[in-house]
Design a protein around this ligand. Structure first.
Ligand code: PLP
Ligand code: TYF
Length: 399
């Protein structure tokens, strides 16, 4: 059978990084993969993480429990909902540590496939992170798109989004980006979230919040949890949150994440957790320890938590400054258009609205690398390259 195995195309964003690494030009700029870079274009280890590393020295290499570190899981629930939350006080969350955000989505997907049935459709935004389709199709679901982005106005297509969600069959599963939508950087307003919440409630949809960028919109986890808290506190819904600490703790390669399934009662949560444990056992047996220990050390120390908040502001402020500087430079070089959409976008990415040809020209003629849909990781910009990038964008769009 091996001779019949087809060749699967590599993931485009990892290919782009490989192509960037092969490029020998000194001018090259990497705006591809969503990973934070400091003002010198270097990966950044958060100060809070450096403190946590010292604190956990000597913690050894034993296995964790199947569901991961309990203090980590409980810390994640408190982070999402706050210490005083009824959800926390009534123990209504079934949780499991996971292989970061991706593993968290996967665990929820197989949980739903096994215990809710793949006859339910999964709705994901158009566009979205390309792994959403792969993860849910991989678990056996029929995956459909709901409208999200209006490319004409470079804005949220809210009317269509509402229409599409209203058309979902009752009980469908809907994937929502908690904040910092990837790739568009456009999130619903509070008022729009309220309307989405009402549809989710009325149609008994099962919401899954993909929370991979908490802290990147506002610099504050509390603020960026607004939609999650509105759904589960104010509307009293049940659903899932898939948390990742790749970006907001800079722990990319350590694979630190958590699944939170918000239920109606403590007994439901206990049963859900038993199933998460059973599923996790045959998938990864038990999750990796190091990164979860770091995150737990941060959660358990007031001092480190304070530092983490500062670190989040450091990253989100630098990204915002670069966002504005890019637009200032585009305007300075008279790039056609107002570029106000880039200013209005949130989180780690800018969604420029260039054509595939323009993106290709930037790569081949100017050594500037970005996703084919013209999504840029803003953190790849710095004082040394932002004007060059703006000049080159101006040049390709003025052709
Ligand atoms: N969800 C979204 C929307 C993402 O953009 C990412 C990473 O880029 C993830 C989930 C998961 O990332 P990780 O598995 O590294 O936590
Ligand atoms: O840049 C992006 O959109 C991501 C990058 O485990 C990424 O696809 C890389 C590794 C990973 C998750 C996301």
């Amino acid at each position: 059978f091996l001779s019949q195995i087809p060749y699967a195309q590599p993931d485009p964003i990892f290919e782009l990084t490989a192509e960037y690494n092969r490029d020998g030009s000194t001018k090259k700029v990497n705006l591809g993969q969503g990973a934070y870079r400091d003002e010198n274009g270097m990966p950044w280890v958060l100060k809070s993480v450096i403190q946590a590393k010292r604190a956990i020295e000597g913690s050894g290499h034993e296995y964790l429990p199947i569901l991961g570190l309990e203090d980590f899981r409980k810390g994640c629930t408190k982070l999402l909902f706050g210490e005083e939350s009824p959800i926390v006080l009534e123990n209504r969350v079934g949780s499991s540590q996971s292989i970061s955000g991706t593993g968290s989505l996967h665990l929820v997907a197989i949980f739903l496939a096994n215990y809710y049935s793949t006859t339910h459709k999964v709705f994901i935004p158009d566009p979205t992170w390309n792994n959403h389709r792969a993860i849910f199709e991989g678990a056996g679901f029929d995956v459909q798109l709901y409208s999200y982005f209006d490319s004409h106005h470079m804005a949220l297509y809210f009317e269509r989004l509402q229409e599409d969600l209203l058309r979902c069959p009752e009980g469908s599963i809907v994937v929502l980006h908690a904040c910092a939508h990837n790739p568009t950087g456009i999130d619903p307003s509070f008022e729009q979230w309220k309307k989405i919440g009402k549809i989710v409630k009325d149609k008994h949809l099962f919401p899954i919040f993909d929370a991979a960028y908490l802290g990147f919109n506002s610099g504050s986890i509390d603020t960026d949890c607004w939609a999650i808290r509105y759904f589960f506190h104010d509307l009293n819904l049940t659903g899932a949150v898939c948390m990742s600490f790749s970006k907001n703790m800079g722990l990319y390669g350590e694979r630190v994440g958590c699944v939170q399934i918000i239920t109606n009662t403590f007994d439901e949560a206990k049963n859900v957790e038993s199933i998460l444990s059973k599923l996790q056992r045959s998938e990864v047996s038990n999750p990796p320890a190091y990164g979860a220990r770091l995150a737990t050390a941060i959660f358990s120390s007031k001092e480190y938590m304070q530092q983490w908040k500062i670190d989040l502001r450091t990253m989100s402020c630098r990204i915002n400054t670069m966002r504005k500087l890019l637009v200032d430079n585009l305007r300075k070089h008279n790039a056609p258009g107002s570029w106000v959409h880039v200013i209005d976008q949130n989180g780690m990415f800018g969604f420029l609205g260039l054509t595939e040809t323009e993106v290709k020209d930037l790569r081949l003629d100017h050594h500037i690398y970005m996703a084919a849909n013209s999504r840029i990781s803003i953190a790849g910009l710095n004082e040394a390259n932002v004007e060059y990038v703006a000049q080159c964008i101006t040049s390709v769009v003025s052709k």
